[in-house]
Design a protein around this ligand. Structure first.
Ligand code: AMP
Ligand code: ZN
Length: 460
């Protein structure tokens, strides 16, 4: 499999460090609110990566964190539950949004069934241990900081100049214009802040971890150091991943991850979709407008993960139509009237050469999908593939792309009878009755296409 490694800025043949097992760490959500569909684009990319690695025979050990303590979760939980104990308030808020996130992910076919999802608040000991092992740290009045001037490689992802100075930044989310020593640990300032006991070099520093230390500590706790692949959206290159690498490498003298992959952003009107710009939509917004969450998944897969994708309702509409096309094609397997046309279609060969080959080439989902649409276009109205070809191809689409098209049920007996009655009415040229029966079927969500081979139903 070829993957574009952000560390080397090259397309490389991927090789895990031990046998066929792959350690994969993906940065997870901060659970203070609904995630937006921009975030979900990145999780869909990571799900596709995991699926492809698995298909190639790798045993994937996937770890994802849940950021359930940071400035935003603390502020929001205090606002919502001001009279609760701070840790309880934080737990109430974050568990709720963690559940909401998992539900969104499930609706999008993101499969976490074999993933290890780990909460920051349950790994504070590992973070403290890591902080103890970092040589180039220092204490300031408000916490413990990482001294970037003592780490010569600082700035690999964003080509920073090396003239760093010693100012400090407490905020975890800053940009490259604000390069500074970053917080490993923040001392408690207000009564309403949840805090953990921490004694460092004889000083009592009760407080909470910075954001970056969380991923370094949890990733290496579960996957060792270095591990194989680390991913996130491009905005995480700096400062988050830069800081993760710096602190892990200074603590343990080894690289953090051999490969870093970064997914490009989902945009709205040319700007990154983000909470702070208030230009975001959630999966609920999509569902409320009547779109299938899978249409959003398909929209995401129709562009390469390293290209920006501009979201618009028109593009979602087009993706919904494309999804309907795939589903109608999948439903042909149930059609008694369609004639089998398998000429020149060898499912196994098609899967290998047209479908899996692009996926193994840096996850080229748009090419795999355009090959699928070419295959669909070969089947003329009134035709279908053989059961065996459908079974192989649809199963593979689901395994690789998670579109959930292989298990679609047949229509029920009553609906089949209505189709038969309509055919009889048409034979008797009773157009009124035929129309009436068509309407009845439509009310049940079943449409009819009259083809040379007879009526073919589709779900409306
Ligand atoms: P956050 O909760 O902000 O840490 O983001 C969670 C994940 O979503 C990270 O991997 C981010 O890089 C990613 N992300 C944030 N905004 C976008 C966006 N507009 N498009 C794609 N991914 C995003
Ligand atoms: Zn992270």
């Amino acid at each position: 499999m070829k993957l574009y490694n952000s560390l080397t800025k090259k397309l490389e043949e991927f090789k895990p460090q031990t046998g066929n097992s792959v350690g994969l760490y993906t940065c997870g959500p901060t659970v203070y609110d609904h995630v937006h569909i921009g975030n979900l684009r990145t999780y869909i990319f990571e799900d596709t990566l995991r699926r492809s690695l698995k298909q190639l025979g790798y045993k994937v050990k996937h770890v994802m964190n849940i950021t359930d303590v940071d400035d935003k979760t603390i502020a929001r939980s205090h606002q919502k539950y001001p009279s609760d104990d701070p840790k309880e308030a934080l737990k109430k808020l974050t568990r709720h949004y963690e559940d909401v996130f998992i539900k969104d992910a499930e609706a999008l076919g993101i499969d976490f069934s074999e993933s290890k999802i780990v909460r920051a608040t349950e790994h504070v000991n590992q973070m403290q241990e890591l902080i103890r092992n970092i040589p180039n740290k220092y204490m300031a009045a408000d916490g413990v900081y990482f001294d970037i001037t003592k780490y010569p490689d600082y700035g690999v992802f964003v080509n920073l100049d090396q003239s760093h100075t010693h100012h400090r930044i407490e905020n975890d989310e800053y940009d490259k214009d604000h390069v500074a020593d970053f917080a490993l640990w923040k001392k408690k300032k207000e009564d309403h802040e949840p805090s953990w006991v921490f004694e460092l070099d004889g000083q009592q520093l009760d407080g909470r971890p910075g954001w970056h230390i969380e991923c370094s500590a949890m990733a290496t706790h579960y996957l060792g150091q270095p591990f194989d692949i680390h991913t996130g959206g491009v905005d995480l290159k700096f400062p988050h991943h830069e800081n993760e690498i710096a602190q892990s490498k200074s603590a343990n003298g080894k690289d953090l991850s051999n490969v870093f992959l970064h997914a490009e952003h989902l945009l709205v009107d040319g700007h990154k979709m983000s909470k702070s710009l208030n230009n975001f939509y959630t999966l609920d917004d999509i569902a409320k407008k009547g779109y299938d969450p899978m249409a959003f998944r398909l929209l995401v897969l129709q562009s390469h993960y390293r290209s920006q994708l501009n979201f618009s309702w028109e593009s979602l509409e087009a993706a919904q139509n494309a999804l309907n096309t795939i589903m109608q094609w999948a439903d042909l397997k149930h059609q008694p009237n369609a004639t089998v046309m398998d000429e020149g279609i060898d499912a196994n060969r098609w899967i290998k050469e047209n479908f899996l080959a692009p996926l193994a080439d840096d996850l080229n989902t748009p090419t795999a999908l355009s090959e699928l649409f070419k295959l669909i276009a070969r089947v003329q109205p009134g035709e279908k593939l053989s059961d065996q070809n459908y079974a192989s191809i649809l199963t593979e689409i689901d395994k690789q792309l998670g579109l959930d098209v292989s298990d679609r049920p047949d229509i029920d007996e009553e609906q089949k009878q209505l189709i038969k009655q309509r055919e009889q009415a048409r034979d008797q040229k009773d157009w009124g009755k035929a129309d009436e029966l068509r309407k009845q079927l439509e009310e049940q969500g079943v449409g009819i296409n009259d083809t040379p081979a007879g009526p073919i139903w589709f779900r409306l």
